[in-house]
Design a protein around this ligand. Sequence first.
Ligand SMILES: *Cc1c(COP(=O)(O)O)cnc(C)c1O
Length: 404
Amino acid sequence: MTEKAAEPPVSSTALIHHAYQPPAGFEGLAPGVYKASTVVFPNVAALRARNWREKTGYTYGLHGTPTTFTLEERIATLEGGRQTLLAPSGLAAIALVNAALLRQGDEVLIPDNAYGPNKELARHELEAWGVRHRFYDPMDAGAFAALIGPHTRLAWLEAPGSVTMEFPDLVGLVRACRERGVTVALDNTWGAGLAFNPFALGAAGPAPSGVDISVHALTKYPSGGGDVLMGAVTTVDEALHLKLKFAHMRLGLGVGANDVELVLRGLPTLALRYQAHDAAARQVADFLRQRPEVTQLLHPAFPESPGHTHWARLCHGAAGLFSVVFDERFAPARVDAFVDALKLFRIGYSWGGPVSLAVPYDVPAMRSATRWPWRGTLVRFSIGLERPDDLIEDLRAALDALHG
Ligand SMILES: *Cc1c(COP(=O)(O)O)cnc(C)c1O
C-alpha cells in the first residue's frame, strides 16, 4: 500500500496570516523596501481619521509608503527644496506640472531648445485642451520678458538646453517671471541638484531668487544604472506643493517600490559619479574640440560654448554631456558612418548610466523660434564611466570612418 503524500505543513491561510514582525532591534543601514497597494487600519474610526496629505500616516500605496517617503525626503534635500513628489518618469513629472497648473486659456512658455517631448506635449495635448504655448529663445532674457502676457501662467526653463547645450541666464529669466507673477518650473535633470541650487540662484536676500518648481528625471544620474525610469517634482512652497500633490493623486502617478529602491541605492554615489562623468566629459570634449573635423564644441564649461559665462557664474560643476558640430563638408551620411564606427560608445537615448552614448541630431528640424547658427551635423555624447583614454581612442578610430 502506497502512502499518500503528506499534507504541506502549513496552509496558505496560515502563511498569509503569519505572525512574523521584523525584529524591532534590526537597524540595517539600507532602508527597507515596503510594497503595498492596500494598507490596513485597526478599525473604521482609524480609517476615517487617517490623513495622507501631511504624511502623518499611510492610507493606500498610491499615496505613499515608507520607501517612497524616504526617497521624496532625500530628493528634496538634494535639490535644496522642501517637498518632493515622485512620478513614473521624468516626462510624467513634466506632464504633472502642466496638468496641475494649466487651464483652458492659459499660456505656457517653453525654451526652443527644451527637452523635445516637453515641446511635443505642448503641441499636442495642451493645445487640444485649450492651453496655448510659445517657444522662446532662452539666450535672450529681454525678449523673453517681452513675451510674457496676461495669460502666461507657467514658464519652463532648462539649463543647459537639451542637445545643443546653451546655458541661459537663469537669474534673469527667473527675475522676469517673478516680476510678472508667472510660476517658474526648471527642468533640472542636467544639474541634478549638484551643479547649482535651483531654489537659490541669485544673491541671498529677502526676495526668493530661485525657481518655484524643480523637475528632475531621476532616470538619469540619481539612478545611474540606465535601468530605471522615474521623475521628481520638488518645491519649497507648501500651497504649490499641495496643488501638485492633489493632481498627482487624481492622476494616479504612483511609482513601484523596487524602482524606488534602485534610486535610493544610487543616491549615496551620486556626487562621486557626477564628478567622474564631468571630469571625463571635459577630457573627451577637449580632444574633440582640437580636431580639424569639428567646428564647434557645445559644452557649457568651455569658453567657446554659448552661455559659458552664465554657467561659470552659477555652477560648481557640469554633467557628462556635450555635443559637437562637424564641419559641413561632412555630409550627414558620413557623420552617421562615424557614429556607426564607434565601438565603446553605444547608439541610444537617455544618459546618466555607466555606458557612453552617441546620437546624431538634425537640429534645424527641432527649432521654430530660434535660428541655429551652424551648418554641419551635430552629435550629442553622453560620457559614461569608462576610462576617458579608451573613449578617446574609440573616437580617434571612428574619425577615420568620417573621412570615408
Ligand atoms: C531624460 C530627460 C527627461 C525625461 O526623463 P524620462 O525619465 O526619460 O521620461 C526630461 N528632461 C530632460 C532634460 C531629460 O534629459
